[in-house]
Design a protein around this ligand. Structure first.
Ligand code: FE2
Length: 258
């Protein structure tokens, strides 16, 4: 699997505090079945990390994994808060894209409401040849509220990609996030599943657990491997396998995780 959203770099944001924490989290990724990640530190009001500092963090993390013998490939990236886009230069935005192709940027969805300025910002990114990937929209009240999925559908029809967080599918962020994630799956609105992992204790990867919740092994592989691989390679997404039939008990009626 390929994880396009993880806070893995040492001492940069609310991910691991040091290289030992980075190695421990990387080991957990490998044990979970992940071969490659895009390290995506926050770019937010609280963590206004520069692209240069992130590049340094990737170098440090790669060196730590090599020294520890952990076979996890690390691509560069960032999780950019939408309200920070306005202060970032075009050059910064290019430098904050996922992987080597400069074609995709991970955008943090606000938790409280639908991001009002999204269309403008996506337009600016499109002029730079960058496609936005909305991080964990299923955890936003703006998507969970009535009409929220339809807003997402409209944005997706204009080219927006989406990342659902693994723990949302397994119910670790509550019933509303899980219901929204399942509704997105049914409407073919999920581009990738990623971990948004921060550490091995409270926010471990759990990609394998989420893949098992998708309800179709073929679609789970597409969401966790085929689509993220195409994104880091800058390729078109391969054809999407069909969504599984809704679980008995209705669209949101999948059995709860034990
Ligand atoms: Fe994140």
């Amino acid at each position: 699997m390929i994880d396009l959203h993880i806070h893995l770099l040492p001492g940069i944001d609310d991910g691991p505090a040091d290289a030992a924490g980075t190695v421990a989290l990387a080991r957990a990724c490998v044990a979970d079945g992940v071969q490659a990640v895009a390290a995506t530190p926050h770019v937010s009001e609280n963590y206004p990390t520069t692209p240069g500092r992130m590049r340094q963090g990737v170098i440090e993390a790669r060196a730590a994994l090599e020294a520890a013998g952990v076979p996890l490939k690390i691509y560069g990236g960032a999780e950019v808060a939408i309200d920070q886009l306005g202060r970032l230069s075009d050059e910064d935005l290019m430098a904050l894209t996922l992987g080597p192709t400069e074609g995709f940027i991970l955008l943090e969805t606000p938790y409280a409401a639908w991001p009002m300025d999204l269309d403008n910002q996506l337009g600016r990114l499109a002029k730079l040849g960058i496609r936005g990937i909305l991080a964990h929209p299923e955890r936003s009240r703006g998507v969970q509220a009535p009409g929220g999925i339809e807003k997402l559908e409209l944005a997706a029809s204009r080219g927006l990609y989406t990342q659902v967080t693994a723990g949302s599918l397994s119910g670790r962020f509550g019933g509303s996030a899980r219901a929204a994630a399942n509704a997105m799956l049914q409407r073919e609105l999920v581009t990738v599943i990623s971990s948004d992992s921060h550490n091995v204790d409270r926010r471990p990867p759990r990609m394998g657990e989420a893949a098992a919740e998708v309800g179709s092994a073929e679609l789970a592989k597409w969401l966790t491997t085929d689509a993220p691989l195409a994104i880091v390679r800058g390729e078109r997404l391969p054809p999407r396998p069909p969504a599984p039939a809704p679980a008995r008990g209705g669209l949101f009626g999948r059995k709860r995780r034990r």
